[in-house]
Design a protein around this ligand. Structure first.
Ligand code: MN
Length: 205
């Protein structure tokens, strides 16, 4: 896969990042956002997720992973928008509107409007998380258990538990790597699909 050098340079050259995805977020959007945030933070970058309030319900454990990214201490240098094909669908969260900083778009949707200063769109990839996985590997940024888990969640949801037609041999290989790095398929699948929320259980009483 051809990872644009511009993206690697932009990550290396900037210090403070806003990372977000699309409104009505799904597992790929949230998992990829929090995975990239943790990874960049681990190499000393400042990261802010303005849309942390969107990490709800079965995805709230990802909000816990991302909790430390809920504070912006200064104006960010650059924003990375994940899994979002049009500017009107970006979840700017507590910003309300797009901040006046350059955008990097990383997405896998056909028809992406290429609305960033740098655009990396791979329409044959089942999940943005796969792109993030390759990006981190390319940059030799370590993937710990939490990052692997967030990426696994993203892949699990965007492939419909490895059942959608987009489920390639390649995505199983990536998922296998993530399991090797600490993602737990049983626990993560249960969290997403088989554990009823407390509020739902209360309705059954
Ligand atoms: Mn996606």
């Amino acid at each position: 896969m051809n990872i644009p050098k511009d993206i690697i340079n932009a990550i290396n050259r900037n210090q403070s990042f806003v990372i977000t995805g699309h409104i009505s977020p799904d597992g790929d959007c949230l998992g990829s956002s929090v995975a990239l945030s943790m990874a960049l933070s681990n190499i000393g970058k400042e990261v802010f997720i303005p849309s942390l309030g969107s990490f709800k319900g079965k995805y709230s454990f990802l909000a816990q992973y991302g909790e430390k990214f809920s504070k912006l201490t200064k104006k960010a240098d650059i924003a990375i928008v994940l899994d979002c094909s049009t500017p009107d669908r970006v979840d700017w969260g507590i910003f309300g509107t797009q901040p006046s900083i350059p955008l990097i778009i990383i997405d896998h949707h056909k028809g992406n409007m290429m609305f960033g200063e740098i655009n990396w769109v791979e329409v044959d990839k089942p999940a943005v998380a796969q792109m993030i996985y390759y990006l981190l590997n390319e940059m030799s940024i370590p993937i710990n258990e939490k990052i692997a888990s967030a990426l696994y969640v993203a892949i699990l949801t965007d492939t419909g538990k490895f059942s959608f037609p987009n489920t390639t041999p390649e995505i199983f290989r990536v998922a296998g790597d993530l399991v090797e790095l600490g993602a737990n398929p049983k626990i993560l699948t249960e969290k997403l699909y088989y554990s009823n929320s407390e509020s739902f259980l209360k309705t059954l009483v």
